[in-house]
Design a protein. Structure first.
Length: 749
């Protein structure tokens, strides 16, 4: 049965998700209206839904005969401006005659099985046509010849809908696009709490909520990347919505550059929800015949609170956004040398670290920044991917990689392909290859400039250097980094009136390089990174099965970062490493078990000098690696239930349940302890109430030692309980000290 149904007499389309419906109507005037996004309704007449009614001081259609029809009061899809809708438009243009009107009316309506690809952009996909249906609505502006083709893909058994559109200039004059949001829809009230994921470098994706007020509430990036500061995501929560209950409507953009996401409450108390490329400094020229493809937005509706929303995103993203041979493959345990050595390494030191990595159970050794060109620190060398630093690495990458392989580990390498250091051979040879405005100073960030990857010759050159390196040694992994934001966004290839295209062309260029990586090196696992989690978005997830979640590796800070990230992105996409104490970012000391437990909830690894640790600590690490290996299927394929919110509690707790509900892991981390308070009641979720589970408890107990450093003793216990008792009564967690992690491993008996 198709997921898209049409009720003919009224021209109404029902997009049917697993538990939700998204309902659109083509009005007799050809305007496209939005009728409903909420609980599932069965297709039929909803004639009582009049699109608009007579309101004072409104602009009516030309001729003015119907005073009840006003665009400003209409609940719209794909709204435009200039002729009566004074709210924020989804699309904006400047026509050849200088006017701004885009009067879009539906001229064709079709359903296609499956989902078409998006030209040059990352997107969700299907493997078989039967997995989804796509509604294709063609809208046209008769005067200018602008044609907009809207795509709505409904995934079977899911509450996710993918939206995008393509604009073609079918007129004879040129058309300038000035606003190209991917999705817009109007909701009938404003009684929502808005949830956004905001923060900073080393403090990414903190959950922030506030009530909507009249006017626009927005998050955006003007930095050229999706950014550490705000994520391209917004959710609207109905009153009383919690982790488990209540209605959530969410939008997430599959794009990694400048974005805008906003909720506008209009004069009547309606809400317009939008997401797309940031109109700030954006323009796109369309000569006759030219086409522009907007990025995809993924919309999720949940009737089961935030947890339901997250699980819908996770299921879709890990199976139909991430792609390639590593999509379903178990994540390797890695050791990365960055926090172990920074720039101070040589082959022998790295091999000793890799050997220690092998001892603690790693599968992969990643050589981070500093292996190439003149790169003794972060002030030089970027762009010189041709020369390996032979003073540090005699015998080159091959000797090192083979040495690492001989220890039983795969070898991985760091690149920052989008950048150039002014102090580099590449810059000296091609000073005009970076984004810059002729005659103006070039602003530096981390002593580096951004390459103009919108230009094919720049991309080809970078790619040529990378492929030579990738073929020079057995390299099975790449960490793809990006360590500054874009300034002086101006491209030599564009005439002055097209400079508004430079930032998006840069992004398309990055995607082109990532496509080449997938096509030519499918056996290489590519991790994303941007100063930690500065480009943790759905666009990047299409190319990177996982991303370095944050440069902040402190276990306690990571609780909030990973909690916020998990709102949209699956656990399997979050690279999380055990690092040293005192932690390099915040100076905190946490027990090894706690660091390992928090890192375990992502793609697990180590980033510390293993050689500085005792044999006992290394033996404990080996146990953590083995334990993670035995549980990683849960984090990769299981359902996440967040049990205690670290934004508002002194605890963080969550659990992952296998798809068959026969296994689960519950994790609880105490942040700061308190004297004599109630034990934390932890009601579990997602289990089979009718089954009995064997519960294996592991926690640490802090043993005070008379003024000296406390030490921690593990406590193990086993009991059995029914799923219904575990969910209805729950566990009771006490507080044995600061920063203590406990886990409960459940297996159905
Ligand atoms: C960024 C990354 C780090 C590390 C350094 C290397 O900050 O987030 O993990 O790779 O660059 O310079």
């Amino acid at each position: 049965m198709t997921t898209i149904l049409r009720h003919d007499p009224t021209g109404t389309w029902f997009l049917q998700g697993a538990t939700s419906s998204y309902v659109l109507r083509v009005e007799p005037s050809g305007h496209l209206t939005h009728l409903h996004w909420g609980p599932r309704v069965e297709p039929g007449a909803i004639d009582w839904f009049t699109p608009t009614f007579d309101r004072a001081f409104c602009i009516n259609e030309p001729g003015g005969r119907d005073s009840g029809f006003a665009l400003d009061t209409l609940s719209r899809e794909a709204p435009t401006g200039g002729n009566g809708d004074f709210r924020a438009p989804m699309l904006g243009v400047v026509n050849a005659d200088g006017s701004h009107i885009l009067d879009l009316r539906v001229v064709a309506q079709e359903i296609h099985a499956g989902k078409p690809r998006l030209d040059g952009l990352p997107a969700t996909y299907v493997e078989r046509e039967a997995e989804a249906d796509t509604l294709v609505l063609t809208l046209a502006d008769r005067s200018s010849g602008a044609e907009v083709v809207l795509h709505y893909t409904v995934f079977r058994d899911s509450d996710a809908i993918a939206r995008s559109w393509r604009l073609t200039n079918r007129g004879s004059g040129s058309l300038r696009l000035t606003r190209a949001l991917s999705a817009s829809l109007d909701l009938p009230h404003c009684n929502w709490t808005l949830l956004q994921l905001s923060g900073a470098w080393a403090r990414e994706r903190q959950v922030v909520t506030h009530a909507l007020v009249p006017g626009i509430s927005s998050v955006e990036s003007r930095r050229g990347t999706s950014s550490h500061q705000h994520n391209p995501f917004l959710a609207l929560l109905a009153p009383g919505t919690t982790e488990e209950h209540g209605e959530v409507l969410a939008v997430n953009l599959v794009y990694s550059g400048n974005f805008l996401a906003q909720a506008e409450v209009d004069q009547y108390g309606h809400t317009r929800l939008q997401i797309g490329i940031n109109p700030h400094e954006f323009t796109w020229e369309l000569t006759p015949g030219a086409t522009f493809q907007a990025p995809e937005a993924v919309l999720v509706r949940s009737g089961e609170g935030l947890g339901g929303m997250s699980r819908a995103y996770h299921r879709l993203y890990r199976s139909r956004l991430v792609r390639g041979p590593f999509r379903d493959a178990p994540r390797p345990v890695l050791i990365n040398n960055w926090e172990a050595t920074y720039f101070n390494f040589d082959t022998e030191k790295l091999l000793r670290l890799a050997a220690a990595g092998a001892e603690v159970g790693c599968d992969l050794f990643v050589l981070d920044d500093g292996w190439f060109g003149k790169r003794e620190g972060d002030r030089s060398g970027l762009g010189d991917w041709t020369t390996v630093n032979l003073a540090k690495l005699p015998g080159g990458l091959q000797r090192l990689a083979e040495g690492v392989n001989a220890l039983g580990l795969r070898f991985g390498l760091w690149f920052e392909p989008e950048m150039v250091s002014p102090d580099s051979d590449l810059y000296r040879a091609h000073p005009d290859w970076c984004l810059h405005v002729p005659g103006r100073p070039r602003s530096e960030g981390r002593s580096q400039l951004v390459l103009d990857l919108g230009r094919a010759e720049v991309r080809d050159h970078i790619w040529g250097m990378m492929t030579t390196i990738l073929r020079s040694a057995p390299i099975g992994f790449v960490k793809w980094d990006m360590n500054r934001h874009l300034t002086e966004v101006w491209s030599r290839q564009l005439p002055p009136h097209r400079q508004g295209e430079a930032a998006h062309r840069f992004m398309l260029g990055v995607y082109d390089l990532l496509e080449r990586m997938h096509r030519e090196f499918p056996e290489v696992l590519v991790e994303g990174c941007s100063g930690g989690g500065g480009r943790f978005d759905a666009g990047m997830l299409h190319y990177h099965p996982y991303i370095w979640t944050s440069d902040n590796s402190d276990a306690i800070e990571r609780l909030r970062i990973q909690h916020g990230t998990s709102m949209v992105y699956p656990l399997s996409s979050m690279d999380a490493n055990v690092s040293a104490i005192p932690n390099h970012q915040v100076g905190r000391r946490t027990p090894l078990t706690t660091r390992a437990t928090v890192a375990s909830t992502g793609a697990f690894g180590y980033q510390l000098d293993l050689l500085a640790l005792s044999a006992d600590e290394r033996a404990e690490m080996r146990q953590h690696s083995e334990r993670w290996r035995s549980l990683r299927h849960l984090f990769h394929h299981g359902d996440l239930h967040r049990l205690a919110d670290p934004m508002t509690n002194r605890w963080a707790a969550w659990m992952c349940v296998s798809p068959a509900r026969d296994e689960a892991l519950v994790t609880c981390v105490r942040m700061l302890t308190e004297a004599n308070t109630a034990r934390l009641p932890l009601r579990l979720r997602g289990l089979d109430p009718a089954r009995t589970y064997r519960v294996q408890v592991e926690t640490l107990r802090e043993i005070p030692s008379g003024g000296g450093a406390a030490h921690h003793a593990p406590v193990h216990a086993v009991f059995t309980a029914s799923g219904s008792a575990l969910m209805g009564i729950g566990l009771r967690v006490d507080s044995p000290g600061d920063f203590i992690a406990s886990t409960w491993h459940l297996t159905a008996v």
